[in-house]
Ligand binder design. Structure first.
Ligand code: PEP
Length: 256
C-alpha cells in the first residue's frame, strides 16, 4: 500500500515570523496517528526554511523547497541549488508548479533538468503537472498532462522514477475555489500511472505516489482520498489555517 503524501504549499504567503508560528501550531496538532498514516511535508517560503528546520526538528514533518535551479553553483543570481536546499533541511522539492510554469515561464526542458539535479543531489522531487481551462475545454487533458509527464521525466532512469512524487493540479483549480470532480481527477491519475508504467514498468509505477491539488478543503478532501489512484493531496490556501490542514490530514488516516 502506498503511504499517503500531503504537502502544504505556503507559497509567498507568510513572513519568517509567521512561518514559525504556523509551523509550531502544526507540530502541536499533528499527532502520531496522522504521522503513522501520512507523510506530511511543508513547502515554506525559502527564507523560512532554516526556521522551520529548527521548529520541526524531531517531529517527522518534512520540509520541501518550493523551487530550485538545475545547476549546483555559479552565476545564477537569485537562484538556489538542490544542495543548498538540503543544507537547510529540505528533503523534497517542488518542481514545475503551475505558478512557476505560467508566471516565470518555466518549460518542460528546464523542469527536466531540475528533476535530474534534484535526484542527483538526493532530494525527492514533486513534479507538478496539469492543464489550463482552455485545454480542458478542448478535451486535451490527457494529452497535456501526459506530455508534461513524459518530457519532465525524459532520460531519467526507470529505477529512479518510483522515488518521484507526481502532483496533478489542474491549473484552473489552483487557488480559484473551483475543483475537479473526484472521479474526473481519478481518471487522470489512472492515466498518469499507466503513463509511468510505460516509462518505468508497471511494478515501479504502482509504487509512485500521485497526489491531487487544487482548492482542496476539509470538506472535499475525503472524496478525493476515496479514489484508488489518489495517494494524497497538495494544499495551498487551506494549509495556512492549522485547523483546516489538520482536518485534511485526518481525512488521510481513513482508508475506505
Ligand atoms: C497549490 O498551490 O499547489 C494549491 C493546490 O493551491 P490551492 O489549494 O490554494 O488551490
Amino acid at each position: 500500500m502506498r503511504r499517503r503524501f500531503f504537502l502544504a504549499n505556503w507559497k509567498m504567503n507568510v513572513t519568517v515570523r509567521e512561518a514559525r508560528v504556523l509551523a509550531a501550531a502544526l507540530r502541536d496538532r499533528i499527532d502520531a496517528v496522522i504521522l503513522q498514516a501520512c507523510e506530511v511535508v511543508i513547502a515554506p517560503p525559502m527564507l523560512a526554511m532554516p526556521t522551520l528546520a529548527q521548529e520541526l526538528a524531531g517531529s517527522r514533518i518534512a520540509i520541501a523547497g518550493a523551487n530550485m535551479y538545475c545547476e549546483d553553483k555559479g552565476p545564477f543570481t537569485g537562484e538556489v541549488s538542490a544542495s543548498m536546499l538540503k543544507e537547510v533541511g529540505a528533503s523534497y522539492v517542488l518542481i514545475g508548479h503551475s505558478e512557476r510554469r505560467d508566471l516565470f515561464h518555466e518549460d518542460d526542458g528546464l523542469i527536466n533538468r531540475k528533476l535530474k539535479a534534484a535526484l542527483r543531489d538526493g532530494l525527492t522531487p514533486v513534479l507538478c503537472v496539469g492543464e489550463h481551462a482552455d485545454e480542458r475545454d478542448a478535451g486535451r487533458v490527457l494529452e497535456v498532462v501526459l506530455g508534461q509527464l513524459q518530457r519532465g521525466l525524459d532520460e531519467i532512469d526507470g529505477s529512479r522514477l518510483a522515488q518521484v512524487v507526481v502532483a496533478y493540479e489542474p491549473v484552473w483549480a489552483v487557488g480559484t475555489g473551483r475543483t475537479a470532480q473526484p472521479q474526473a481527477a481519478e481518471l487522470v491519475h489512472g492515466s498518469i500511472r499507466s503513463g509511468l508504467g510505460d516509462l518505468c514498468g508497471r511494478n515501479a509505477a504502482r509504487r509512485v505516489r500521485i497526489v491531487y491539488g487544487g482548492s482542496v478543503t476539509p470538506t472535499n478532501a475525503a472524496a478525493y482520498l476515496s479514489q484508488p489512484d489518489i495517494d494524497g493531496l497538495m494544499v495551498g490556501a487551506a494549509s495556512l489555517d492549522p485547523d483546516s490542514f489538520v482536518q485534511i490530514l485526518k481525512a488521510g488516516t481513513v482508508r475506505t
